[in-house]
Design a protein around this ligand. Structure first.
Ligand code: SF4
Length: 198
């Protein structure tokens, strides 16, 4: 059964499985009732990847945006793109969620943009406060993550964060699920996190 819908993706039960890139996009979307194009694409395709269907996607995005704009403007400016991502408009390509390499190959976010990879794109202080929010406060652990960042091994930093935030689950699970795995896709992070919960 698919428990992913416009409501559930705003609950901690689902949000806890998001990698930092998607967390930040969701946080900024809630905060501003808006995201610029790059962020809408990155988060929108991630959400498609976790199983949000097009009707629920339209519900979700309009709920967020309608705090600031009216339905007419939403339909005119945003609806097409959402349907487009699901292959329902234009060339009808069924777009895939972006992997980390694709995200890192795109233009970096400028002011008021929140797409990209936080391990590359956030300031050191901002990244550390985000790590703290994830419960990572040990200085040695933070230093290790920052070493990965300095080496531009962003997805290794992300994998490390995954392992630190899933220590209990990883210990309790066995076999293939417990094996360490390099996370190179936001949706892999999500899927693996949910898998460990079961
Ligand atoms: Fe997202 Fe990939 Fe960066 Fe992790 S490494 S935050 S999954 S883009």
């Amino acid at each position: 059964t698919n428990d992913i819908n416009a409501q559930s993706i705003q609950t901690p039960e689902i949000l806890q499985h998001y990698p930092l890139c998607a967390r930040i996009l969701q946080k900024q979307l809630s905060f501003n009732s808006h995201l610029k194009y790059g962020g809408r694409q990155q988060l929108g395709l991630f959400l498609k990847g976790i199983g949000l269907n097009v009707d629920e996607a339209l519900k979700f995005w309009s709920q967020q945006f309608l705090k600031k704009i009216n339905q007419e403007k939403f339909n005119k400016e945003y609806k097409y793109n959402i349907r487009h991502n699901y292959g329902l408009e234009g060339a009808r390509i069924n777009y895939k969620p972006w992997d980390c390499a694709t995200i890192l190959a795109k233009a970096k976010p400028s002011k008021d943009e929140y797409h990209g990879c936080p391990y590359r794109d956030l300031s050191v202080n901002n990244l550390i406060s985000n790590l703290n929010e994830l419960g990572i406060e040990d200085q040695h652990q933070i230093n290790e993550i920052m070493d990965d960042v300095d080496k531009r091994d962003y997805s290794i930093a992300c994998t490390r964060v995954f392992e630190l935030t899933h220590q209990k689950e990883l210990k309790a699970s066995s076999g293939a699920v417990a094996e360490s795995m390099h996370i190179n896709h936001p949706n892999l992070y999500f899927d693996r996190s949910r898998q460990l919960e079961r």
